[in-house]
Design a protein around this ligand. Structure first.
Ligand code: SAH
Length: 261
């Protein structure tokens, strides 16, 4: 053995797998998935993306749903470091885009601190692609001059003061796209109305967007929480609030899904 050969250094790719429809994966994600020795896969990433993995790749599910207790973030990061330090090419596969509510920033910082190469493969975020399935553009000339992506829940570790300023958002005049907002939807709707957003503002919620089991309701800011409860919509879902929701076309969604079936 040549003891002078330096150890192969590993690398971590933070890969965005898009919102669910496997056709919404980027060409780069497909190529990089095929390079990885190990894939650490979040459960929001559709299983179909793994068709692009090498047959001999080790697949580790680190999902937070599916009846399992969440895999603590620190454990996932330790795993990532361990594989990379032992020379593996690691793919950290996340739903949507790794840098949009995906904890990709934290993982990149951990890798940077450890001196491990890290590359981000951007993915299509649910906040853009999921409303589009109903024909809802998140910006639209004349009805929304911008869009605000916001989380509906404070930090998982419960640090106070991390809750979005709903009163300020009520006045900001952009489309609001809320991730992780289903549990707190009634409170969010109240806070936005208290902040001055009219009760009749069009609003919708879309669960499992771009997947075969997509479901949605279109209502108003005031009626959305009840409509969501009546339809028994749950996570993962995107909530969109703003005039652009007037363009929603449920028939369009049904047609698109039947074409995929
Ligand atoms: N990084 C992801 C977001 C992760 S946070 C992205 O860029 O899309 C998880 C939240 O994303 C979910 O609670 C839900 O609000 C939203 N989400 C992700 N995929 C979704 C989908 N297919 N349909 C609806 N909402 C989705």
């Amino acid at each position: 053995m040549n003891t002078l050969t330096p150890p192969r250094t590993g690398k971590v790719y933070l890969i965005g797998a898009g919102p669910g429809d496997p056709e919404l994966l980027t060409l780069k994600a497909v190529r990089v998935l095929g390079l990885c020795d190990v894939l650490l896969v979040d459960d929001l990433a559709d299983t179909a993306v793994l068709a692009h993995a090498r047959p001999d790749a080790r697949i580790v599910r680190v999902g937070k749903r599916g009846g399992c207790r969440s895999t603590p973030q620190a454990f996932i990061e330790r795993l990532m470091l361990r594989y990379a330090r032992s020379g593996h090419v690691v793919g950290r596969v996340k739903g949507g885009d790794p840098f949009v509510f995906g904890r990709g920033g934290e993982e990149m910082l951990t890798l940077r601190k450890a001196g491990i190469a890290c590359e981000v493969v951007s993915g299509l975020s649910a906040g853009i692609a999921v409303p589009a399935t109903l024909g809802v553009p998140v910006t639209h000339r004349g009805s929304a001059c911008g869009v605000t992506f916001v989380t509906g829940h404070a930090r998982e570790d419960g640090v106070p003061g991390q809750e979005p300023d709903w009163a300020a958002l009520a006045r900001c005049g952009t489309t609001l796209v809320i991730y992780m907002g289903m549990r707190t939807l009634p409170r969010i709707a109240d806070a936005l109305q208290a902040g001055g957003l009219p009760a009749g503002t069009p609003a919708c919620a879309i669960q499992n967007g771009t997947r075969g089991d997509q479901r949605s309701v279109v209502a108003t800011l005031a009626t959305l929480p009840q409509a969501v409860a009546d339809a028994q919509l749950g996570s993962p879902a995107i909530v969109v609030i703003g005039e652009v929701v007037n363009l929603a076309d449920i028939a369009e969604q049904a047609e698109a899904l039947s074409m995929r079936a």
